[in-house]
Design a protein around this ligand. Structure first.
Ligand code: MSP
Length: 510
């Protein structure tokens, strides 16, 4: 089995912010989970470096686009390890191998008869690098996303015959109802298609910052076609990920992608242009596109250009990457918009990470140390508890297969709470005072240790470093999904552990 997941490639016109971190974390949760299933996994992220968004930002700074791209690509690259993100490759669209692949695929699209010369006239947002249909324009000729005034463009370009795919796209949507999720996004994409597809520019005449068009050197490819192809091109030159023999044909192993994760701002490109382009190039289509919502601050989409950015680096510095990952996956239902704030972050951190999981771990380990000198009594898990864990790994896997990352986390978290209730119900400290209840105490301690181990294995994709530390203290290193079954592990001894989520973290000095 193989599993291939992608994030959008981010524009290097500005530094990364929490919105970018969000999608990347989500993709990481999926990648890690599939590695737990023993699958061959390829997880791709990277940067989109061509086109007006980057060229304009560079010129505003008085530098060349390549210089800005180099500078910001480094920052995006550096963000991944800070978020504990385990991407297998980082693609930059200025990689020469990517550029060559773009030229190869788009030449094929032309040979297949889907490219012609025409004149484009219409409204354009240079921040989106998007030609806007009349129905997509805000009052005062403004971009609904960036709120800037649109420019009127008229240029002779090569066009992609998107209209030729009207019927095939409608068929695709009819045959594969789960190809775009959530359902509202599927409906949105389908209604855009049904409203009638118009051909779109494939190249830009006016721009020079892009991949040169091989059959006409006066043009570069329109940045979106260059960018979308990253998902395919990366496989032609990335090194093999862990677990896949070096030198393997990654395209054969991983194409088509299983999941593209995106936010709704780039829905049309991924759900309409992208499948049409792949059809035109005779390539297989990805299995799923999952469209998550926006992280909002004060009701506005967080974005660098709007200046309402919550700095992920500051959060990580104070609370650690795991806390940020947990907060984003837990607080904002994946697939919907959600407001984020430092207040709600701190609330989740304290009430759930510190009080529910952190205390469960420290209490369990402390009681085993105190009552049984750190040795976990062997035997079966208490059936009362086991009942509430039956089928849990499969349920979590089912949610993650549908990119329902918040639902999956909630399934797990209910068991964290169940374990805390179990402690209260059984009151091991009372059992410890009664010599005749020794076996009951053994059973409770063992069940707690095993329950904690099982939930921790399931939490690993969300909280990788805390989970590893905790499993280390439990002497249980198996991270496989199979080992998340209650009773699958046999903990012998536990060792002391420092607080997983300390409450006395100091605000970062500003
Ligand atoms: N370069 C294009 C994508 C090309 S993909 C072939 C682009 N780049 S971007 O830098 O603007 O990134 C957009 C993506 O960043 C969104 O689709 C989403 O994944 C993520 N997000 C950026 N801001 C976000 C929020 N405020 N909330 C949620 N996701 C956010 O578009």
């Amino acid at each position: 089995m193989s599993f291939y997941v992608t994030t959008p490639i981010y524009y290097v016109n500005a530094a990364p912010h929490l919105g970018h971190a969000y999608t990347t974390i989500a993709a990481d949760v999926m990648a890690r989970h599939h590695r737990q299933r023993g699958e061959e996994v390829f997880f791709l992220t990277g940067t989109d470096e061509h086109g007006e968004p980057v060229a304009d930002a560079a010129h505003a700074l008085g530098i060349e686009p390549q210089e800005l791209a180099d500078r910001n690509a480094e920052r995006f690259k550096a963000l991944a390890p800070q978020l504990e993100v385990s991407n297998d490759f980082f693609i930059r669209t200025t990689d020469p191998q990517h550029e060559a692949k773009v030229q190869e695929v788009l030449s094929r699209v032309r040979e297949n008869g889907f490219v012609y010369m025409g004149t484009y006239e219409g409204w354009y947002c240079p921040r989106c690098a998007d030609f806007k249909a009349d129905s997509e324009i805000d009052e005062g000729n403004r971009c609904p996303i960036h709120h800037i005034e649109l420019t009127r463009e008229q240029e002779d370009n090569y066009f992609f015959r998107l209209s030729a795919f009207q019927e095939r796209l409608e068929e695709l949507y009819a045959e594969r109802e789960d190809w775009v999720a959530p359902r509202t996004r599927y409906n949105e994409a389908l209604s855009f298609i049904r409203s009638g597809l118009r051909d779109v520019p494939l190249t830009r005449h006016k721009l020079t910052w892009g991949v040169p068009v091989p059959w006409d050197e006066e043009h570069v490819f329109y940045v979106w076609f260059d960018a979308l192809l990253n998902y395919y091109s990366a496989l032609s030159y990335a090194p093999s990920p862990e677990g896949v023999p070096a030198g393997s044909d990654l395209t054969a192993t991983f194409w088509p992608a299983n999941h593209h994760l995106i936010a709704k701002d780039i829905l049309r490109f991924h759900t309409v242009y992208w499948p049409a382009l792949l059809m035109a190039a005779e390539l297989e289509l990805p299995e799923h596109i999952f469209v998550h919502g926006y992280l909002l601050m004060e009701g506005e989409k967080m974005s660098k250009s709007l200046g309402n950015v919550l700095d992920p680096f500051a959060v990580i510095e104070r609370f650690g990457a795991d806390a940020l990952r947990f907060y984003l996956m837990r607080d904002v239902p994946f697939g919907q918009d959600g407001s984020v704030s430092t207040t709600s972050f701190e609330l989740r951190y304290e009430s759930e990470l510190a009080n529910e999981l952190g205390n469960l771990a420290s209490r369990t380990i402390a009681m085993i140390a105190q009552f049984r000198q750190g040795t976990v009594p062997p035997g079966e898990v208490d059936p009362v508890l086991a009942e509430d864990f039956t089928g849990l790994p499969a349920r979590v896997a089912g949610h993650i297969d549908r990119a329902e990352l918040t639902l999956a986390l909630d399934e797990i978290w209910q068991r964290v709470r169940r374990l805390n209730r179990y402690v209260e119900e059984q009151a091991p400290w009372r059992l410890a005072k009664d010599d005749s209840r020794g076996e009951d105490l053994d059973s409770v301690l063992r069940s707690l240790a095993e329950g904690l181990r099982a939930v921790t294995v399931l939490l690993w994709p969300y909280l990788p470093s805390s989970a590893e530390r905790l499993l280390g203290a439990l002497g249980a290193s198996d991270l496989s999904l199979a080992s998340a079954e209650l009773g699958a592990g046999a903990i012998e001894r536990v060792s002391p552990i420092d607080s997983l989520f300390p409450k006395d973290t100091q605000p970062a000095a500003s």
